[in-house]
Design a protein around this ligand. Structure first.
Ligand code: SF4
Length: 339
């Protein structure tokens, strides 16, 4: 898919993509939501309300309760790296350090880990502790320009790759330019501009500020792409840090689907068949006495006449969250259980 002639993988003004982004594209990174706690209240926050400000942990879509469970989930998808997000992960810095250490111990030093933070809690001690524990890359979302001090500390006192990741939408170009100028002066490795999402958790706030959902780019703020292109053009004309635009659809349509595909391929039982959407499908033979036998979809010819076959499609979550089921031979396209 293309955005004004550019690949959906993104548009870069100078330099190459951050290493953390390279592994996200094929869905090879596990997304570790380390805590929903956060000391900020951004009007554009896209984090779902059952996660934001709650001290909960997830790996991809799976709830987890301990470092051990994190490792099991990361292994289940055969991840080559991880991104640690939240909330603000640094509100739970001890947990973050425990997870980073454990990831490196279990998957090796080349397992690439990046982390997002506002920088509010990023003292020199915290940054050094993250670096020593094995964090490869830190991305700041400086909700306040004062937090740029943390960016400077990370560049000066650690050997981690340091980047900036901020949302972009009409009206934010001046702020974005200020951040890019300051960050470049400090020597950051990259700046990512995320197309602002227009999703259920932030929809009311965005409408109150006069933003509208784009008609041509679903779930994004109208005009965000054009604003990003303006900032990229400006950055290209100066000799600044590489600036990269990340389209929201890339995250949903490519990154998440690739991650699901990878998980479905690696974590399937003998009777489950992966689909191109990253789901798993199988056939259930439901007996009148309540018994259920599962069969691989390619083996249907062997069980003809042995009950009513029901085709099931599910997400590759541990509990196999079902999205669709229908009786074979039905003329309707299936019963949608969950969108
Ligand atoms: S810092 Fe991040 S998690 Fe916290 S409110 Fe802002 S966007 Fe949401």
């Amino acid at each position: 898919m293309k955005v004004r002639g550019h690949s959906l993988k993104g548009i870069v003004a100078g330099g190459r993509l951050a290493e953390g982004c390279e592994l996200c594209y094929p869905g090879a990174k596990a997304v570790i939501f380390i805590t929903g706690t956060c000391d900020d209240a951004c009007f554009y926050c896209p984090v779902s309300r059952d996660r934001l400000y709650n001290d909960v942990m997830f790996v991809n879509e799976e709830p987890v309760c301990s470092v051990e469970e994190v490792i099991v989930e990361v292994a289940r998808m055969g991840a080559l790296g991880a991104s640690i997000t939240g909330g603000d992960p640094l509100t739970a810095v001890d947990r973050v350090i425990g997870v980073i250490r454990s990831l490196k111990e279990n998957f090796g030093s080349r397992f690439h880990i990046h982390l997002y933070t506002t920088g509010r809690q990023a003292s020199v001690e915290v940054l050094k502790a993250l670096w020593v524990s094995g964090l490869d890359e830190i991305r700041f979302h400086p909700v306040d320009l004062r937090f740029l001090k943390s960016v400077e500390r990370a560049v000066r006192y650690t050997g981690m790759a340091v980047g900036i990741e901020i949302p972009i939408a009409p009206g934010l170009e001046e702020w974005a330019m200020k951040v890019i100028l300051e960050a470049s002066r400090m020597g950051v490795a990259f700046v990512n501009l995320n197309e602002m999402e227009f999703v259920e958790p932030n929809a009311v706030n965005l409408r109150l500020r006069g933003y509208r959902e784009s008609r041509v780019r679903p779930f994004t703020v109208d005009g965000a792409l054009e604003t990003a292109l303006k900032v990229l053009e400006w950055a290209r004309s100066l000799n600044l840090a590489p600036v990269h635009f990340c389209p929201a659809q890339f995250k949903d349509r490519i990154q998440t689907r690739n991650r699901m595909r990878r998980l479905a391929e690696l974590d399937r039982s003998w009777y489950e068949k992966p689909t191109s959407d990253g789901t798993l499908t199988w056939v259930e033979m439901r007996g009148e006495d309540g018994t259920v036998a599962r069969v691989h979809p390619d083996m249907l010819s062997y069980i003809e006449g042995k009950g009513t076959p029901v085709v099931v499609e599910a997400h590759p979550t541990r509990r196999r969250l079902r999205v669709l089921e229908y009786e074979l031979g039905d003329h309707h396209p299936g019963r949608l259980l969950q969108s």
